[in-house]
Design a protein. Structure first.
Lengths: 111, 114
């Protein structure tokens, strides 16, 4: 059974810092992995999708890396801003097309 | 491009009452998903449709939950009768093989059972 762990569970930082959010998963037989953000009371917004054959994917200030063999993915957020405050969820997708979610990292960026 | 649409956004009912949630996926997305999200947890898959066929409903509590996707577009998720433990957010998502099955989520329906 795929289990997904996200560390840290919560993070509070001043704006401008570069951040690292970690995700580990137990079953490395994944098809791809998505990172999402979720604002309070809202649905999930897809940030990045990284294929199992890729090492990293970038979108603006966000960069996701994937080490499939070791069951790890990392989301880097450069020059954090208060608007980045949200919960970040990682979800590896199994070959059965099922996303398995972690419990997320709650990020607060203060001015 | 319009995103995934869900209604209602909020629903408050008394236990033992029925409730239904509606989802309209992104146009052209053949795969539709219903997820359940409890407070402080990640979403958990309830059911997945490929067009009008339910291909994974192993996590759907079939004694009280049902779903349909007639004509392979809109979908409805129903609970009858609702229990206190069903209070949660119900999320709908859709995807297309043309974009590596990247999943896009709707805003969710927050259900409160009293």
């Amino acid at each position: 059974k795929q289990e997904v762990t996200q560390i840290p569970a919560a993070l509070s930082v001043p704006e401008g810092e570069n951040l690292v959010l970690n995700c580990s998963f137990t079953d490395s037989a994944i098809y791809n992995l998505q990172w999402f953000r979720q604002d309070p009371g809202k649905g999930l917004t897809s940030l990045l999708l990284i294929q199992s054959s890729q090492r990293e994917q970038t979108s603006g200030r966000l960069n996701a890396s994937l080490d499939k063999s070791s069951g790890r993915s990392t989301l880097y957020i450069a020059a954090s801003q208060p608007g980045d405050s949200a919960t970040y969820l990682c979800a590896p997708r199994l070959n059965t097309d099922k996303l398995i979610f972690g419990t997320g990292t709650r990020l607060q960026v203060f001015p | 491009e319009a995103g995934v649409v869900q209604s209602p956004r909020y629903k408050i009912i008394e236990k033992k009452q029925p409730v239904a949630f509606w989802c309209n996926p992104i146009s052209g997305h053949n795969t539709l998903y219903w997820y359940l999200q409890n407070l402080g947890q990640g979403p958990e898959l309830l059911i997945r449709y490929e067009n009008e066929e339910a291909v994974d409903d192993s996590q759907l509590p079939k004694d009280r939950f049902s779903a349909e996707r007639l004509k392979g577009v809109d979908s409805t998720l129903k609970i009858q009768p609702a229990e206190l433990g069903d209070s949660a957010v119900y999320l709908c998502a859709s995807s297309s093989r043309d974009s590596y099955n990247e999943q896009f989520f709707g805003p969710g329906t927050r259900l409160t059972v009293l």
